[in-house]
Design a protein around this ligand. Structure first.
Ligand code: VGL
Ligand code: ZN
Length: 202
């Protein structure tokens, strides 16, 4: 469909098995993501892209453990293991991901003090990546999401896409979740309430 774009979220080495922030089942989605890429004319990739010492890394704080939550100027923020550091192999796309067709690669999380789950708006909910302007300028009205992680970057991106006025679907079988403190169930509910189609198939 000419008005439809596929958004492939963060299929990067650090989110796959053996990576710094491995999402269970991540590698298994790569063939499904590739099939979706093959079936879409317009493909956008997102790439988590943090500077060394990023504020979302537990290692940047004294006595902080990964997977705990702390107060940031913009609200509660989960602290993560160091991951997707700019220019490292962990930040590269999975070697089997079919990236050739991608028309646009959006990087996010590059501001030292602000995390960004969403590919549209950073975690301060104010700083914008410009992706909605790009997609609207190209005339897309319908976005299909897949990738990692379902309950963080996929969910936040999909919800922001709805808020920006796009028709949104998530191909759940082409995603994998971190599922931290019930985050998977919570974000599936939030996506459903936002009017996102969660039953799309690869
Ligand atoms: C992500 C946690 C931290 C994601 C990125 O891609 O879902 N999660 N950075
Ligand atoms: Zn990150």
């Amino acid at each position: 469909m000419p008005n439809e774009a596929l958004i492939v979220v963060d299929v990067q080495n650090d989110f796959c098995e053996g990576g710094a922030l491995a999402v269970p089942g991540a590698r298994a989605i790569v063939p499904l993501v590739n099939r979706l890429i093959g079936r879409h004319d317009h493909v956008v990739l997102t790439q988590d892209w943090h500077p060394p010492g990023h504020a979302s890394f537990a290692s940047a704080w004294r006595d902080a453990e990964p997977f705990t939550t702390t107060q940031f100027p913009y609200g509660q923020q989960t602290l993560w293991p160091d991951h997707c550091v700019q220019g490292t192999s962990g930040a590269e796309f999975h070697a089997e991901l079919e990236i050739t067709k991608a028309q646009m690669i959006v990087r996010k999380g590059f501001h030292a003090g602000i995390d960004s789950y969403s590919a549209f708006r950073e975690n301060d909910r104010m700083t914008r990546t410009g992706l909605d302007g790009y997609l609207k300028a190209r005339g897309f009205t319908r976005l299909i999401f897949c990738g990692l992680a379902l309950d963080y970057c996929v969910a936040w991106s999909a919800i922001d896409a709805r808020q920006a006025g796009f028709d949104v679907a998530v191909v759940q079988e082409a995603t994998a979740a971190i599922d931290l403190d019930g985050s998977k169930k919570r974000m599936l509910t939030e996506m459903r309430q936002a009017g996102i189609n969660l039953n799309a198939t690869a």
